[in-house]
Design a binder for this molecule. Structure first.
Ligand SMILES: *Cc1c(COP(=O)(O)O)cnc(C)c1O
Length: 370
């Protein structure tokens, strides 16, 4: 699905010397590379505060902890997402309220969210799924109307631009009260291990978040609140600085693969290509087709026979997971989530795809449906 090896080889010299320098310095934790990357990412995203942390799941958990919610408070999340988005809500003894998504964008909308708001609702966690922004302007307006916090789960759309009605652009992850991201290796900005970050324009929240991520302390050995230990290590930060310089180029490479896919697959009546929204750029963390549910397993098999990997993101609605059964009134299926779990298929997309690979994948899929 990705080709991290070829990507590494193109930047090998720069990466190797940065990593070796870091090892030689022995400042593995909190080395100058961490602060440097933090500032570079703040600049790239045009956001006041970036707080690096250990992974994208921690980022979500720490963001929620900073809101100081009470057990039983409700947090609205999409039912069609990666487990981490809702898992941390339950872990903190908050209640994840899983809602349906739009069939074209795969994302939650203000309209869907509004129906799920109760007096116990305290926050919304929109996910910018597969690389395209949820429609943030109406979501922020709704949140303001009801006094709710918004945490953007931006693990999949770093670098994407959200476009407001008046034309103003803002980077995904910097629009809500807090944004979170992951630097897992296969993410659009991936390191060589685990990593994550939290973004906010709110000085008070930034202070709280920094403290929580560091055992609840500002001053060493003085612990004001219960926190966690969540750090981005120096080696990962050094690698991320090198890759951040290329993030726009990496996004463009993914977009050109997507454009080539679109051209071929829009000619196949049985498949539906990813929707392009006017209010967001798409950085294609995934290129996800909708295919007839009855054809999907055979198509996956056919691709496998032709040495083409494909993945189902995500095969099971969150509310049907064993771990989430206490949050679900059984029988209440969400129709769009159900439909998507049966119809989606993600194809290989990455920064190193060449014409030969692309043509091979396109002709295999065209041949299957011919
Ligand atoms: C990857 C991902 C996460 C979690 O990130 P980790 O770094 O693996 O903890 C959270 N939410 C979404 C939508 C993701 O894709």
């Amino acid at each position: 699905m990705v080709d991290l090896k070829s990507q590494y080889l193109k930047i090998k010299d720069e990466i190797d010397s940065a990593v070796l320098e870091c090892i030689a310095s022995t400042q593995f934790i909190n080395g100058p590379q961490v602060k440097a990357f933090q500032v570079e990412l703040e600049h790239y995203l045009n956001v006041m505060h970036v707080i690096p942390c250990a992974n994208g799941t921690d980022a979500l958990q720490i963001a929620l902890m900073a809101l100081e919610l009470e057990p039983g408070d409700e947090v609205i999340v999409p039912s069609f997402t990666y487990v981490a988005t809702a898992e941390v809500i339950g872990l903190l003894r908050l209640t994840p309220v899983m809602v349906d998504v739009a069939p074209d964008t795969f994302n939650i909308t203000a309209e869907i969210i509004e129906k799920a708001i109760t007096p116990k609702t305290k926050a919304i966690v929109p996910v910018h799924l597969f690389g395209q922004c949820a429609d943030m302007e109406p979501i922020m307006a709704l949140a303001e109307k009801h006094g709710l916090y918004v945490i953007e789960d931006n693990a999949q759309a770093i670098g994407a631009d959200y476009v407001f009605g008046k034309g103003k652009k803002q980077k995904a992850g910097t629009i809500g009260h807090i944004g979170t991201t992951s630097f897992y290796p296969s993410k659009n900005l991936g390191c060589y291990g685990d990593g994550g970050a939290i973004m906010t324009n709110d000085d008070e929240l930034a202070k709280k978040i920094r403290k929580i991520a560091n055992h609840g302390q500002d001053k060493r050995y003085y612990h004001d609140v219960l926190g966690v230990n969540s750090r981005l290590d120096s080696i990962q930060a050094a690698i991320l600085s090198i890759k951040l310089k290329r993030l726009d180029e990496y996004c463009a490479l993914r977009q050109s693969v997507a454009a080539a896919y679109d051209k071929v697959f829009s000619q196949i009546p049985q498949v539906i290509i990813p929707t392009r929204q006017a209010n967001s750029s798409h950085v294609f963390h995934q290129y996800t087709l909708k295919v007839p549910a009855s054809d999907r397993s055979a198509l996956i098999e056919y691709l496998k026979e032709n040495a083409i990997p494909s993945m189902i993101y995500y095969p099971v609605p969150l509310y049907k997971q064993q771990a989430f059964k206490t949050y679900w009134k059984s029988g209440e299926e969400l129709p769009v989530t159900e439909m998507l779990c049966d119809a989606v298929l993600s194809l290989p997309i990455h920064t190193e795809m060449d014409e030969i690979q692309l043509n091979h994948i396109c002709s295999a899929i065209a041949a299957f449906f011919a």
